[in-house]
Design a protein around this ligand. Structure first.
Ligand SMILES: [Zn+2]
Length: 98
């Protein structure tokens, strides 16, 4: 079977049956359930369904932190979002009020 899709998270090529898309719709975008989990977290974060702090917690739950995040494992745009979420230095929690 030839690869006819590219995972929008990790960039891996994979094969997914186009006729099966109605049943397994996530296979249209990502190659594995773990990429799908990531995809959901990023989507929710991008649409402001969850905050950066919540997104960071969810990522930590699936083993992704600033220490484990590897650029080569993801597409650049995805990596940039993950780096932003997991970067504690850029945290918006520490709002300084006078
Ligand atoms: Zn993937």
């Amino acid at each position: 079977m030839e690869n006819n899709h590219e995972c929008i998270i990790c960039g891996n090529g994979y094969y997914a049956c186009n006729k099966c898309n109605k049943i397994n719709s996530w296979r249209r975008y990502v190659d594995t359930p773990s990429c799908y989990q990531l995809y959901l977290i990023i989507e929710e974060y991008m649409h402001e369904v969850i905050s950066k702090v919540e997104a960071r917690k969810l990522l930590a739950n699936i083993g992704i932190t600033s220490e484990t995040l590897k650029k080569k494992d993801y597409k650049e745009s995805v990596y940039n979002v993950l780096a932003d979420i997991t970067n504690l230095k850029n945290s918006t929690i520490n709002k300084k009020t006078k």
